[in-house]
Design a binder for this molecule. Structure first.
Ligand SMILES: [Zn+2]
Length: 99
């Protein structure tokens, strides 16, 4: 779970989950109100993880997966990604450029 870099309080899963869906890159800490940003490490990981739903498409080249099963796998891995995201999220006090 992410820990606020300012007050060192751990954020709850629900808290983090809700903040994940805001378009603002800055997330306000529920404890101290300080702005927190997704760390560079987490952003690199999430970029990799977001490829996960594409895996069933790749698998389809080698295995004969039915369309229904493929859709299920894509949705399933998407849900898995969203649910696991709060566990891998690390916070930073300032916005770190990706490149
Ligand atoms: Zn805080």
């Amino acid at each position: 779970m992410p820990t606020c870099q300012n007050c060192k309080n751990k954020w709850g899963w629900k808290e983090t989950f809700k903040k994940t869906f805001t378009t603002d890159p800055a997330m306000k800490c529920p404890y101290c109100g300080e702005k927190q940003y997704t760390s560079l490490k987490t952003r690199k990981w999430s970029l990799l993880f977001s490829m996960l739903p594409l895996l069933p498409l790749l698998l389809n080249i080698f295995l004969d997966i039915s369309l229904l099963m493929m859709i299920g796998l894509i949705i399933g891995s998407g849900i898995l990604y969203i649910c696991l995201y709060p566990f891998v999220l690390e916070l930073s006090n300032q916005e770190e450029p990706l490149f």
